[in-house]
Design a protein around this ligand. Structure first.
Ligand SMILES: Nc1nc2c(ncn2[C@@H]2O[C@H](COP(=O)(O)OP(=O)(O)OP(=O)(O)O)[C@@H](O)[C@H]2O)c(=O)[nH]1
Ligand SMILES: [Zn+2]
Length: 374
């Protein structure tokens, strides 16, 4: 049997390949080429570095792939699994197809038109990092929760620099109060605290990444988990085929625990994208209250039988949390408006690709409500 016609690719397991991927891969239509699975480990302007069963290669997408891609999100991103052609005796590869993404982390592209920009694919867990000594801000954590959940990844809250804090448990409690179902783990790289609690999220083949404000300790966390200094974004040292050390730019690599760490510059500065699902999950308590208001279209201002007002008055709902709910709702509505305007231009192309209509009535309802407010 031709090496390329294998039905399983154990070589790729260290990058997170599993039986489900074997199935996804088998479902790719034939391209009349010898293809093999690979994972994108770095992205340059028009090139990728991919990890293949036979080592790393530089790759580009095929002409056909580029022709079919309608938006930036259709191109591979770091963390994506692809089917690539690897011509013999050539150090380059050609990407012909993208495997289905399990999760994606998106960012709004700069400029007036909000545009999906993929900053990481197939991430299982995103560590939302906040530091225990400075800059403590539950509202910011809520915003990160929205962005992470929207793409389908599991959020875990890491409270760093526990060595600098007299009462980490107090912060753990506060954090749990805004996200009861999310694991909250105090850690300290300096005093080697919290390693065991992190272990369940760092099992072999799981892909993880970290996001959080500048200075909270993301690089330090990575170095701590890697057991050696590792400036991931700048590049890491590796042995090449001749055993020499070379520095290679990589944004995805395997930790000693066997977990795969994804660290793209965009991960560090997540912003809200049209995050209706993540927003609802993050504020599910308020959504539940709102659904028991007497009036279906209650604006929670001075209406009779408003459950949200009641909760605010009784102290059951934190006014700051409610304010953040409204603020992020307005931001999402603003984005949705822009999207609607831009969408008119895009609609034709998207319909041609069989895309679903933009997530529907609910968002339009929000747009209608908030259009007049700003
Ligand atoms: N005491 C203490 N200091 C820490 C710990 N982790 C990080 N720091 C310090 O916090 C500062 C910022 O850490 P970084 O790891 O560079 O933070 P970062 O989140 O990567 O910052 P950006 O690269 O700007 O995104 C450094 O001076 C670290 O030494 C810790 O566990 N305890
Ligand atoms: Zn109400």
């Amino acid at each position: 049997m031709n090496e390329y016609e294998k039905t399983a690719w154990p070589e790729m397991e260290s990058y997170g390949w599993d039986e489900e991927r074997d199935k996804d891969y088998a479902a790719i239509p034939p391209f009349g080429k010898k293809l093999a699975p690979a994972r994108v480990v770095a992205q340059f302007s028009h090139q990728y570095r991919i990890a293949t069963p036979w080592g790393d290669r530089l790759a580009e997408v095929s002409g056909k792939f580029a022709f079919a891609a309608a938006t930036p999100g259709d191109y591979p991103a770091v963390g994506d699994w692809v089917a690539a052609e690897m011509p013999d005796g050539d150090s380059h590869a050609i990407v012909h197809a993208l495997l289905p993404r399990r999760t994606k982390i998106m960012r709004r592209a700069a400029g007036s038109r909000p545009d999906e920009q993929l900053i990481g694919a197939n991430i299982d867990t995103v560590f939302i990092v906040a530091s225990l000594n400075e800059d403590w801000n539950l509202r910011r954590i809520e915003r990160y929760l929205i962005a992470v959940r929207e793409g389908g990844a599991e959020p875990v809250l890491l409270l760093t620099k526990a060595d600098l804090c007299d009462d980490p448990e107090r912060y753990v409690r506060e954090t749990k109060s805004i996200a009861p179902e999310v694991p909250v783990i105090p850690v300290s790289a300096r005093s080697d605290q919290g390693r065991e609690a992190l272990a369940p999220f760092l099992s072999p083949g799981k892909t993880v990444g970290a996001t959080g404000s500048s200075g909270v300790g993301k690089s330090t966390l990575l170095n701590w988990l890697a057991g050696e200094p590792r400036q991931s974004v700048q590049g890491i040292r590796e042995d090449d085929a001749r055993g020499r050390h070379t520095t290679t730019h990589r944004e995805l690599f395997v930790l000693p625990s066997g977990a795969v760490w994804l660290d793209t510059p965009g991960m560090r500065e997540l912003q809200l994208w049209e995050a209706e699902d993540g927003w609802q999950a993050t504020f599910s308590d308020i959504e539940a209250l709102a659904s028991s208001c007497r009036f279906r279209d209650c604006r929670h201002e001075s209406e009779q039988g408003c459950a949200v007002r009641e909760a605010l008055n009784s102290g059951a709902l934190d006014p700051a949390r409610y304010a953040n709910y409204r603020k992020t709702e307005r931001e999402l509505a603003r984005l949705a408006l822009k999207e609607q305007r831009a969408g008119k231009r895009l609609a034709k192309g998207e319909a041609a690709r069989g895309a679903k209509p933009a997530a529907g009535a609910r968002r339009q309802w929000r747009v209608a409500i908030f259009e007049d407010e700003d």
